[in-house]
Design a protein around this ligand. Structure first.
Ligand SMILES: Nc1ncnc2c1ncn2[C@@H]1O[C@H](COP(=O)(O)OP(=O)(O)OP(=O)(O)O)[C@@H](O)[C@H]1O
Ligand SMILES: [Mg+2]
Length: 264
């Protein structure tokens, strides 16, 4: 269907006199897994915040399934889109289950409390993420990686069609990194969920993302986007050098690309 997915047109953003984003034009197909990659400070979080309407751009428009997000009701946007920020507060004095259930807020009336169904959904998600044992623990006392998983659970409890994850693998151990990335790509394959995530590991992008938007700092260029498209095509040594200013070697193994940094 035309207009499905996310279309970002001509997005630009400054913080005071620091121009961070310029000329961002990206289309994201429904049901795809897309990684935003690029050096620290190039504007990945800023772009995710603009897509989730947590921040207004200075110019440009974001369309969600053909609708300008600025014209959508916030409750409709939260039913469609869940997002997990890069850094989250550890100060919710609630149980993990209660934190996850706050993800059900768009479905609960202003003067109502969560229903048995909301609880069932939330418990099911904790189980899928392998953290049922944390349900009754206080959110303030769990580890950084566990908090990351709880925040992902909370976003999934929203039942989103679009899931935005800002560095979902930070704080996670190797098994949980693979677990979370496999789970979100599985949700895209099986449920048609669209996943947009920022990553720092280029190999994660190659392994899990259908498409990559490779970004760089603006530094006077017309756009931050160095290249966008299929992960294999975008993740070339040349593009990686242009984005990060580092040299890498790309090897093929089992018909898969692996990126190795040159160690001096
Ligand atoms: N609220 C703000 N006020 C002023 N400057 C900001 C603000 N938020 C971000 N910046 C600046 O904008 C630039 C882009 O920041 P952003 O957080 O989008 O980068 P990023 O690509 O997500 O980086 P990282 O990989 O380190 O998370 C940085 O130079 C940052 O210092
Ligand atoms: Mg960031």
């Amino acid at each position: 269907m035309t207009g499905e997915g996310i279309r970002i047109e001509g997005v630009g953003k400054s913080y005071d006199d620091l121009r961070v984003l310029e000329g961002i034009g990206v289309s994201i197909k429904k049901g795809s897994v897309v990684a935003f990659l690029g050096p620290n400070g190039c504007g990945k979080t800023t772009l995710l915040k603009i897509i989730s309407r947590n921040l207004d751009p200075d110019s440009g428009i974001v369309f969600l399934d053909g609708k300008n997000i600025v014209e959508m009701r916030p409750v409709d946007l939260s039913k469609k889109m869940g997002s997990v920020p890069q850094a989250h507060r550890s100060s919710f004095p609630f149980s993990v289950l209660d934190v996850v259930m706050t993800g059900r807020a768009p479905y609960i009336g202003a003067f109502s409390t969560p229903s048995a169904k909301d609880m069932e959904i939330s418990l099911g998600i904790l189980k899928t993420l392998g953290i049922s044992h944390l349900a009754e623990k206080s959110y303030t006392t769990i580890s950084g990686g566990e908090r990351q998983l709880v925040m992902i659970a909370r976003a999934l409890a929203q039942g989103p069609e679009f899931l935005l994850l800002d560095e979902p693998t930070t704080f996670l151990d190797l098994k949980n990194q693979m677990g979370v990335l496999s789970m979100v790509t599985g949700l895209a394959r099986e449920k048609g969920m669209t996943v947009i995530m920022t990553l720092h590991d280029p190999n994660h992008a190659l392994m899990y993302a259908d498409e990559v938007v490779l970004m760089a700092k603006l530094d006077g260029h017309k756009s931050n986007v160095i290249a966008a498209g299929l992960s294999r095509d975008v993740m070339t040594a040349e593009n990686i050098r242009a984005a990060y200013g580092v040299d890498v070697e790309i090897i093929e193994h089992d018909n898969k690309k692996v990126i190795l940094p040159y160690v001096k």
